[in-house]
Design a protein around this ligand. Structure first.
Ligand code: FAD
Length: 430
């Protein structure tokens, strides 16, 4: 008999909670990854994240082979694949890490039910956050909906116990000895290999100055680790240890924002699809398709917006300050439903994280947690003056800026501001 460790968004052998517990169990451990058809069928054929996962799995497979074990990789729906696996192996226990997104919760609930009927234990662990679900609650046991008091408690509770790495290496001898396991190619799954460059995990030299540098998009003062936290190629415990070591408090608070939004998604899953503050669902969006297209392509005639969208389209990443500006511009200047923008980001961002993306979009639209009040409308020109005063970022991404070739503004700022205030006021007072 064997036990199985099911990898999902925790693609690493070091400091992995479920892997650690599996390796300490009574049976040898086989590692499995399923390319989930339910998820992949919704992705574009050149989705760069699929390539990233693929390359990461190739590395894990190599590491395991060097230890006389192997990684089993399958393509299909989890139900179908698990039925096959239970035919091929005598499985005692299945280990995996928690995942807080609505689809993942449903998948794991179904899995738990199915495995109970098969008399197989399904053991799940906290791994992708320091504190999850109900670990940080208000005195009356309800979840926080505002970041600052949440963060106060988060920090108060943080100690070495929660940030300690799981020493998986010590137990690698308990890996299941096997070889030549299946690994479908990208082509067999009908995906193309992406040529995008993926950021490396090399953030140490950014942490000391992060607080001063992080808001200026031309400086590249942020760490680009979002992708690695998303797919678990970097452990959150390691990141938090480094934040503390380098005394980078602002960066630590950003890691806590990530957990705040994951906690919100867990307690309020409806807010992944609807406005967190329900009265915002009454807003009469204009939803002009041609304007949406101009926004997507970076042709709005607002240079900071266009620079951001082109950076996103070309690299799969956009600076946080600019994410706020483009999100505000879409939802407020153009009065296009924040869900359209959220969906576009979901398609393009390498570091796409449902909880943070929905959180960021609802913040910008005014409908979310801790959001700016609806009457605060970002002025793209002032944002440029403050954060890209020498137009370095803009010129990098919009080379035709300042020439006749550059687009005329899609809408006039003062007009757009008055229009959105009127529409929001009507919806919120109705
Ligand atoms: P750094 O600034 O170096 O921060 C380190 C890590 O902290 C990030 O990788 C991320 O995991 C976390 N973090 C930082 N800022 C935030 C934040 N405001 N909220 C939540 N976590 C944060 N972040 C995502 O990870 N995925 C998304 O899909 C996403 N969508 C966003 C959409 C909008 C409209 C906005 C305004 C923000 C969004 N963010 C999202 C938050 C933030 O912009 C990115 O995390 C950040 O820009 C990633 O760059 P970095 O890895 O260099 O981050």
């Amino acid at each position: 008999p064997i036990n199985i460790l099911w990898l999902r968004r925790d693609l690493r052998l070091e400091d992995n909670a479920a892997l650690y517990h599996a390796l300490k169990s009574d049976y040898p451990v086989l590692l499995l990854f399923i390319f989930d058809k339910n998820i992949l069928d919704k992705c574009a054929k050149d989705d760069a994240r699929v390539t990233f996962i693929y390359q990461t799995l190739e590395n894990i497979k190599k590491e395991l082979r060097a230890k006389d074990s192997d990684l089993l990789v399958k393509y299909g729906t989890p139900e179908k694949i698990w039925t096959e696996i239970l035919k091929d192996y005598e499985v005692k226990e299945i280990y995996t890490n928690h995942d807080y997104e609505p689809y993942a919760r449903e998948r794991d609930d179904n899995m738990a039910e199915f495995l109970t009927s098969e008399k197989i234990a399904f053991k799940t662990y906290k791994d992708q956050v320091i504190f999850e679900k109900g670990e940080i609650l208000k005195a009356d046991k309800s979840p926080y909906t505002v970041f600052t008091p949440f963060y106060k408690q988060w920090q108060a509770k943080l100690d070495g116990f929660y940030t300690k790495s799981y020493p998986t290496k010590k137990y690698f001898k308990n890996l299941f000895k096997t070889k030549n396991l299946s690994f479908p190619s990208l082509k067999e799954m009908e995906f193309e290999e992406s040529k995008l460059n993926f950021p490396e995990i090399s953030y140490k030299n950014k942490l000391a100055d992060y607080g001063q540098e992080r808001d200026f998009p031309a400086n590249d003062g942020t760490t680009h680790i979002g992708l690695h936290l998303r797919f678990g190629t970097l452990s959150i415990r390691k990141a938090v240890q480094d934040a503390i070591k380098e005394k980078s408090n602002v960066w630590l608070s950003e890691l806590a924002w990530r957990e705040f939004y994951m906690m919100i998604l867990w307690h309020f899953p409806y807010a992944a699809f609807d406005s967190f503050k329900k009265q915002y669902d009454k807003i009469k969006w204009r939803n002009n398709e041609a304007e949406f297209k101009s926004w997507c392509k970076g042709n709005t005639g607002y240079p900071i917006v266009d620079a951001g969208m082109r950076q996103l389209n070309e690299t799969g990443w956009m600076h946080n300050r600019v994410r706020m500006v483009v999100a505000s511009f879409l939802s407020k200047h153009l009065l296009i439903d924040w869900r359209w923008g959220e969906a576009y980001f979901a398609e393009k961002l390498l570091d796409y994280e449902m909880a943070s993306n929905v959180g960021g979009w609802q913040w910008a639209a005014g409908s979310g947690n801790d959001a700016a009040p609806y009457f605060r409308v970002f002025n793209p020109e002032l944002q440029t003056k403050r954060f890209d005063s020498k137009f370095e970022y803009i010129k990098k991404w919009v080379p035709e800026y300042g020439t006749k070739k550059y687009a005329q503004p899609i809408v006039e700022h003062t007009f757009a501001r008055e229009r959105v205030l009127k529409v929001f006021k009507e919806a919120l007072n109705s």
